[in-house]
Design a protein. Structure first.
Length: 346
């Protein structure tokens, strides 16, 4: 299979069933060498099962998985050049940070002087220089996760698998680690495959994303492609916030029987005398709810004739007092026609 050498990972019609449950359903996927690639989807959508099949912890029920062109579908985990970082770190509590990181080299019989040098390089990479002699219990959650990362990278695997590695961290630390993880990936140039159910995390970190729903891959693309051009109603709803408009309401607005999504930040809210340009759609309604969120405000507009839309506006000049006054007011919503996305069923 020499024609596969360009991609790091390739799924060829891969399915995995557990009894009656089809965890992964005919997945086709190509992950490029050096990509930061995320598997994104709600709980139970099949992301972890895909990751475990790449790692070799699960064998596909049907189909094939290629790692740099080699069919690894039936290879045991230790014969694959991949490593995994788990959410719970799985560090050895009785070993020092240095020994935890060196573990893979020790198993391989790498001499001590070489081990020490490479551990120091790894500590520098994850910004933990000087921590080699500590025990995992003497570290914060974020520091433990960095040790787990260093331990997984020290053998220079071809692919690093990360299973919700930031899931146990609080929001601030999580956001900081997102930036660091991405920087580390760029520095080492290794293909990272990252499982998350957090759409913001996937959008922040990834070169490309595969969106999962009920065992199926429903869209693969860059963060911008997925956000701006969701392929299905599910993707539009799951990635970011979106208004989904269908039936009578969609017909009233567009004159056509379509189903479309429109992002709340693309909608402008004007007074009832606002003139609508030919390149825009509009809908009149009443502000039913106002939620002031500091950076921006979210408005719920009940449309005249039925249906509602969520609108988000940045609080550039407004204060909480200004925005709350809008409640109960009639408004004319308008947005550029090019900003709607016609979407399929699921
Ligand atoms: P989460 O974000 O909750 O981890 P996920 O998207 O990673 O979800 P998977 O763990 O891949 O989802 O699970 C997909 C489906 O397969 C679920 O319905 C799950 O219950 C089922 N499943 C996964 N592993 C097993 C197993 N070992 N035995 C039986 N069913 C399983």
């Amino acid at each position: 299979m020499t024609s596969q050498t360009q991609s790091a990972i390739r799924f060829d019609n891969v399915s995995k069933s557990f009894g009656n449950v089809k965890a992964v359903d005919q997945a086709n996927l190509e992950i490029r060498d050096g990509e930061f690639f995320s598997l994104l989807g709600p709980s139970g959508s099949g992301k972890t099962t895909c990751l475990r099949m790449i790692a070799g912890f699960e064998v596909p029920t049907s189909g094939h998985i290629y790692l740099y062109g080699q069919d690894v579908s039936n290879l045991p985990p230790y014969e694959r050049d991949v490593n995994t970082v788990f959410q719970d770190y799985a560090l050895f509590p009785h070993m020092s940070v240095g020994d935890n990181i060196a573990y893979g080299l020790m198993v391989k019989g790498v001499p001590k002087s070489e081990r020490t040098k490479r551990v120091d390089e790894m500590l520098e990479l994850v910004q933990l220089t000087g921590y080699a002699d500590r025990k995992p219990s003497q570290l914060s959650g974020g520091q433990r996760q960095r040790v787990a990362l260093a331990r997984a990278l020290i053998n220079h695997p071809k692919v690093l698998l990360l299973d919700e590695p930031l899931g146990a961290l609080d929001l601030k630390l999580r956001q900081q680690m997102q930036v660091e993880l991405k920087a580390i990936q760029k520095r080492v140039g290794i293909t990272f495959i990252f499982v998350t159910h957090d759409q913001e995390e996937a959008l922040t970190m990834s070169d490309r994303i595969a969106v999962f729903n009920e065992g199926k891959i429903v869209q693969v693309g860059t963060p911008a492609e997925i956000y701006e051009h969701p392929a299905t109603a599910f993707v539009a709803g799951f990635v970011g916030t979106s208004n989904l408009v269908s039936g009578e309401v969609a017909k009233r607005i567009t004159g056509r029987e379509i189903r479309f999504s429109i992002r709340p930040e693309k909608i402008h809210m004007g007074t009832m005398d606002t003139k609508i340009e030919a390149d825009s759609y509009s809908a009149d309604g009443v502000v039913r709810d106002v939620i002031y969120l500091g950076l921006y405000t979210r408005y719920l507009i009940e449309l005249n004739g039925g249906g509602d839309l969520v609108v988000v506006e940045q609080n550039l000049k407004t204060t909480s007092m200004d925005v709350l006054k809008v409640k109960g007011q009639p408004v004319r919503l308008h947005w550029k026609k090019e900003h709607i996305r016609e979407v399929g069923g699921s």
